[in-house]
Design a protein around this ligand. Sequence first.
Ligand SMILES: Cc1cc2nc3c(=O)[nH]c(=O)nc-3n(C[C@H](O)[C@H](O)[C@H](O)COP(=O)(O)OP(=O)(O)OC[C@H]3O[C@@H](n4cnc5c(N)ncnc54)[C@H](O)[C@@H]3O)c2cc1C
Length: 301
Amino acid sequence: MSSTYILVADDARIGDLLTMASGSTTTAVVVGRREVADRVAAGGVDSVIWLGAPAADVPLEAYGPAVAQVVAEAAPDLVLAATRPADRVLAGAVVAATGAQVFTMVRSVTVSDGSVELGRDVFGGIAQEVVRVTGPVVLVVDGGPDVTAGSAVEVTERAAEVRPGVTVVEEQPAERAAVDLTRAPRIVTAGRGVKSRDDLALVDALAAALGAESACSRPLAEGLGWYTHDRYVGVTGQHVQPELYVAVGVSGQLQHVVGARGAGTVVAINADKDCPYFAEADYCVVGDLYALVPALTEALS
Ligand SMILES: Cc1cc2nc3c(=O)[nH]c(=O)nc-3n(C[C@H](O)[C@H](O)[C@H](O)COP(=O)(O)OP(=O)(O)OC[C@H]3O[C@@H](n4cnc5c(N)ncnc54)[C@H](O)[C@@H]3O)c2cc1C
């Protein structure tokens, strides 16, 4: 049977990684709180190696070599990590130490006879390709939901050799509190159909009426600077999985849509009846957002 190591940086949302690893013997290597290691141990893996939690003045990066060593010794067929920034730190350390090939946007994996076959999206999801790889492989993919608690396996504690010389000397709260869209149960997203920064109040009011987080398409964060980068959804932005996703004046280019494919119900509001989002959405509302959004907000309020 093939073996898969799953890297976990203090966050047990690895449900989709476990699905991807099914049929394989799975070991989770956890850096972070003991309760996260315990949660992962009860979540369906075959074994857990816990390397401890970084002290307040030690960045996660200092644990990279220790994680890489554990993985290099085991030489698994596959290493999986979630796309979250902290998990990517651990994945990067493993790639650097083992010379592994690293892939993103992977949808399917088959391990056989010492090689790994991957089905993955390319060009932001516009096309798919299948690649066969020999040698160590690291996949950085959406972590998915939290693990579901079941019967727990033992957690093996290993003392990590923490790389010296890296110290957190100061921490400052960000000017504006960051948002974790990946945990939001409802999201209302503004696109370029919103004509001015002031008009975002319309979208925010709808979000408030729905108890949702506000988000945006990339141009509103990167080009216009109306939102911080942690608020934009898409292939290079956040990958979200709310139960409700309302896209207001978003055309539905694949680079945006792939970031919200984990959503339950998708509502798209657009003036163009032929906009690409309507091919993906569950509810397609054709019309001027400047009329529809306030009406919807009022009805919901
Ligand atoms: C490598 C790469 C990576 C990218 N990554 C991302 C990403 O992660 N996330 C992302 O979002 N984009 C990403 N993009 C950009 C992406 O290709 C699109 O350009 C972008 O998503 C378009 O944003 P939009 O839908 O808000 O704007 P537009 O495409 O301009 O769409 C605006 C929509 O608003 C509608 N509209 C206009 N007026 C009204 C009105 N009054 N009422 C209702 N509807 C109206 C229009 O009909 C139109 O459909 C990426 C691009 C590249 C090349």
